[in-house]
Ligand binder design. Structure first.
Ligand code: VG1
Ligand code: CO
Length: 540
């Protein structure tokens, strides 16, 4: 039997950079999750009959409850099959892979990614389309429009299913298949990388799963299949509140890993991932690699892995990501693309075969093997490169800079800023962009200042207001934008970059190298003035 439940719209269900993210207590309001899921199903009304839907999440608080709701609603919506990860678990890249492998219409990924979890923290729902990637803006806009007028949601009147037992069950005429969340993903990784060479290299490593979704994936792939020592994977059990930690693999929240890698007796290689498994932090023994540099170094060496032996078609990066990858693309003689922040903008380039590797400064790297960024993929590509070259991370980094020059880079985040103060800051900045070119700030001359707009080369769709860029003469720059993934107040992100040519100072302190750009950023945007903050909350 199908239940039709009358509801009223919530007006705050606009998907952000990566799906709908809110506090758990917001999701616990009557009909809140149901309204959003029904809005997704309404937008795909003409395609869903007889189709397959993938469902899974990062195991955070509310994961199981919302999965049960989504299964009942999918049955009412006419789906023929739901494929769900055992225990409700699917990392974001594993979900992307399953959607592609099963020819699914799409998937619901339940995660707030790098945001903390637990009863007082964050939850999220994201819809991915049939290529395995996040729904593009025309679809997220349609979902949002639907949430504003929705009046009914539908669900099969059935009990919860057993999410922990592998196999198939029927829910009101729909098949629900509970699958091993790791198996297909691990198999895909074996096709891309030389597992034998990694095993034979006798490299040592530490992987911090941050009590989030990558635990089971990393344990299976690193410890079981690649033979890394037991205990290589730390915090390997997914917990609903991530052990009370912030599952964001950066130098602040993955501090313990950083200390291990900088300390006595550090292993060769260190890495961490985030809540839903799509990010990666890379630290070699004694050498932190910025995500922007990691993208460039992976692209420069990808041909050493079997999956990329034929070379790359192109490299794409988000606008705030440093230009290090562009230099690699130029040398390889392949196109470089600059997209707005968020993985949804890479999907068309990957589908069209225009780019092979993509990345973001926020610790996201991936390729055309799925349509999401992929934390463990980046770790395995690094391991493959280390095994193939016999070099250390530090050696590879130094050689890279000696060849391409170095893009010193940092991101300063001001979190929990009053929203109207943040809006005023951005508005004032946008208001003066036209007057900036040619002016000097300290010793820096502004060459160009604009608000980044993107036209997708495959379908000509446009996205405006994607972040303010101030480009200085000589290749340095500062970028300002407001986060689209936060759940309280505003987060101002200030991206700082300075290019030092191969003949320049390649082993300097990043803070020192960026000091004049930091000062210029404050002078340009009035950060102290508007936010009352003298220091960022997080520097990555
Ligand atoms: C942030 C990052 C962005 C990333 C997004 C989703 O967005 O800056 O690069 O794609 O998170 O990543 P924002 O709008 O807060 O800057 V995840 O791992 O949270 O899905
Ligand atoms: Co994530």
């Amino acid at each position: 039997m199908i239940r039709a439940v009358t509801t009223t719209p919530y007006l705050d269900q606009k998907p952000g950079t990566s799906g709908l993210r809110k506090k758990v207590r917001v999701f616990q309001q009557p009909n809140y999750a149901e309204n959003f899921i029904q809005s997704v199903f309404d937008v795909i009304e003409h395609e869903r009959a007889g189709a397959t839907l993938v469902i899974g999440g990062d195991g955070r608080f509310l994961n199981r409850e919302v999965i049960q709701v989504a299964i009942r609603m999918a049955a009412a919506a006419g789906f023929a099959r739901v494929v769900v990860g055992q225990g409700g678990i699917l990392s974001t890249p594993a979900a992307s892979n399953l959607i592609r492998k099963r020819g699914a219409l799409g998937g619901l990924i339940l995660s707030a990614s790098h945001n903390p979890g637990g009863p007082t923290e964050d939850f999220g729902i994201k819809y991915n389309v049939s290529n395995g990637g996040p729904a593009p803006e025309n679809i997220t806009d349609a979902i949002y429009a639907r949430t504003k007028v929705i009046d009914t949601w539908y669900a099969a009147d059935t009990p919860d299913i057993d999410l922990d037992t592998l196999g198939e069950v029927q829910v009101a005429g729909m098949t629900v298949e509970v699958v091993d969340p790791v198996a297909d993903y691990a198999e895909l990784m074996e096709t891309l990388f030389d597992f034998d060479a990694i095993r034979a290299s006798k490299l040592t490593m530490a992987f911090d799963a941050m009590s989030a979704v990558t635990g089971p994936y990393a344990t299976e792939i690193l410890e079981r299949r690649l033979g890394f020592a037991p205990g290589t994977v730390r915090n390997g059990t997914p917990l609903p509140d991530f052990g009370g930690h912030h599952p964001d693999p950066n130098l602040v929240h993955a501090r313990a890993l950083y200390d291990t890698m900088m300390g006595e007796g550090a292993p060769d290689f260190g890495a961490a991932s985030d809540g839903d498994g799509d990010r990666n932090l890379i630290i070699g023994r004694g050498r932190f690699v910025t995500p922007s540099d990691s993208l460039a170094m992976l692209a420069a060496n990808a041909h050493l892995a079997p999956g990329y032996a034929g070379g790359l078609k192109g490299i794409a990066r988000s606008m705030p990501t440093s230009a290090a990858a562009d230099r690699v693309a130029a040398e390889l003689g392949i196109p470089a693309y600059e997209t707005p922040t968020g993985w949804k903008f890479f999907g068309n380039l990957l589908d069209a075969g225009m780019a092979t590797i993509c990345g973001e400064e926020s610790a996201g790297t991936g390729s055309d093997h799925v349509r999401e960024k992929d934390g463990l993929w980046a770790v395995l590509l690094w391991l493959n490169i280390l095994a193939a070259t016999g070099k250390s991370v530090d050696e590879l980094a130094r050689e890279h800079w000696a060849r391409f020059g170095r893009n010193y880079y940092a991101r300063h985040d001001y979190e929990g800023v009053d929203s109207s103060a943040a809006d005023t800051l951005m508005r004032d900045l946008r208001g003066k962009l036209a007057t900036l070119p040619g002016t000097m700030i300290g010793a820096l001359t502004i060459a160009q200042a604009d608000d980044f707009a993107y036209t997708d080369p495959t379908d000509s769709s446009t996205s405006a207001n994607q972040g303010v860029r101030i480009l200085f003469e000589g290749g340095s720059r500062v970028v300002f934008r407001l986060s689209g993934t936060g759940t309280s107040g505003a987060t101002l992100r200030v991206y700082l970059e300075r290019y030092e040519p191969a003949t320049g100072d390649l082993d300097a302190n990043t803070g020192k190298m960026l000091a004049d750009i930091v000062a210029a950023a404050d002078e340009l945007a009035g950060i102290r003035l508007h936010t009352g903050r003298s220091e960022p909350d997080v520097v990555t």
